[in-house]
Ligand binder design. Structure first.
Ligand code: NAG
Ligand code: NAG
Length: 296
C-alpha cells in the first residue's frame, strides 16, 4: 500500500524519492537483516554466518576504504538481533505462546526527496501481524494494550524510542546521502579493458579476441579484414561478470590458415573508457600450443 502511495506522489509531483530500508526477521531457525538502497539490496547479515555480506560493488568499496565501518556494522547488526530476540521472548511470554514457532519482524528506514523532505519509520510485526511502531512526531512507541505492557518492559524509560527518532531523522538520512554518492561514483567509473588475441594452436580455425577488466558492461568487439568489417564467421560471446565487478567478453573469428596468410585481419574493441578504439592485429596473436591452459 505504501509503495503505491509513494508512486502516486512521485508521478503527481515529479519528486525523486531515495530510500534506505532495513528488514529484520527473528525466527527459531535463523535471524537475519537485509539492507536496501532504493530497492536494491546491498547488505545481508544473518545469525548463522555472523558476517555482514556485501551485495553491491559500492558497499564493498566502503569496506575497503574504511574497515572500521564494516566492523561497526557487524557489531551493530549482531546487537540489534540480540535486542529483538529479547523482545520476542517478552512477547511470547506475555501472549502465553510458550508452544509453537513465533517470529518477529521489523522494518525501518528513511526516505529523502529531492526537495529535502524526509520521512522515517520503524515498525514491528509479530507472527505477521502489526505489533508496535514508532511515532516519529513524538518519539514514542505506538502500541495497543497488551503490547504496551511489553514495551514498558523492553524500553522502560522510552530512551530507545527517542534514540530511534534521532537515528531515523539524522543518522539514517546521512547514511542514505553517503550511500547514494558512493553508488553514483561506482556507477560512473570507467575502467579500460585489457585486450588480447590468441589461437589455441597454429592450425586451429579459431582466433579469439578477448577483453577483460572493463567497466561499465557495454563493450563492442568487431573484426576487420583488409580494413573492411567482417560479419560472417564471427561468434560473439556473452559478456560475463568478473569477481571484482568488472566484465569480460570475447569474440571468435573462424578463419582458415590460408586466409590468415593472404589477408590482414584486425580485432577492434570500442568502450566508453576511451575515445580511441583498441586495434589488435591478428598477426600479433599469441599461439597457446603446447601450453596446458588451452581452456583459455
Ligand atoms: C497468560 O496466562 C496467565 C496465567 O495463566 C493469565 O493470567 C494471562 O491473562 C494470560 N495472558 C494472555 C494474553 O492470555
Ligand atoms: C503521532 O502522535 C501525534 C501526537 O500524539 C498524533 O497526532 C499522530 O497522529 C501520531 N501519528 C501516528 C502515525 O500515529
Amino acid at each position: 500500500m505504501k509503495t503505491e502511495q509513494y508512486l502516486q506522489y512521485c508521478i503527481c509531483t515529479f519528486v525523486a524519492i531515495h530510500t534506505l530500508r532495513y528488514d529484520t526477521a527473528i525466527t527459531p531457525a535463523i535471524s537475519f537483516t537485509t539492507g536496501e538502497l532504493d530497492g536494491e539490496q546491498f547488505v545481508h547479515y544473518d545469525s548463522n554466518i555472523t558476517e555482514v555480506i556485501p551485495k553491491t560493488e559500492w558497499i564493498k568499496k566502503i569496506s575497503a576504504v574504511r574497515p572500521e565501518y564494516w566492523k561497526r556494522e557487524r557489531e551493530w547488526m549482531w546487537r540489534e538481533l540480540e535486542d529483538l530476540q529479547h523482545l520476542l521472548n517478552l512477547a511470547v511470554e506475555l501472549f502465553n505462546h510458550t508452544k509453537g514457532v513465533h517470529t518477529l519482524q521489523r522494518v525501518y528506514g528513511c526516505e529523502l526527496d529531492d526537495d529535502g523532505t524526509i520521512r522515517g519509520y520503524d515498525q514491528f510485526g509479530y507472527d505477521g501481524e502489526d505489533f508496535i511502531s514508532l511515532n516519529l512526531t513524538t518519539g514514542t512507541w505506538t502500541a495497543a494494550k497488551p503490547q504496551a505492557e511489553i514495551m514498558t518492559k523492553w524500553d522502560p524509560d522510552g530512551r530507545y524510542a527517542r534514540d530511534r527518532k534521532y537515528y531515523l531523522e539524522k543518522e539514517c538520512i546521512e547514511l542514505l546521502t553517503q550511500y547514494m554518492s558512493y553508488r553514483r561514483e561506482a556507477l560512473e567509473r570507467k575502467v579500460r579493458p585489457e585486450a588480447s588475441l590468441f589461437q589455441n594452436h597454429s592450425s586451429s580455425p579459431e582466433v579469439v579476441c578477448h577483453a577483460t577488466g572493463f567497466f561499465p558492461k557495454a563493450l563492442n568487439i568487431s573484426w576487420q579484414k583488409d580494413g573492411e568489417e567482417v560479419h560472417e564467421d564471427v561468434e560473439l560471446r556473452e559478456t560475463l561478470p568478473n569477481q571484482d565487478g568488472s566484465f569480460q567478453k570475447r569474440s571468435v573469428l573462424i578463419v582458415t590458415p590460408e586466409a590468415l596468410q593472404k589477408h590482414t585481419y584486425t580485432c577492434v574493441i570500442q568502450h566508453s573508457s576511451s575515445e580511441k578504439e583498441l586495434v589488435l592485429p591478428v598477426s600479433e596473436r599469441r599461439i597457446l600450443r603446447g601450453r596446458r591452459n588451452t581452456f583459455l
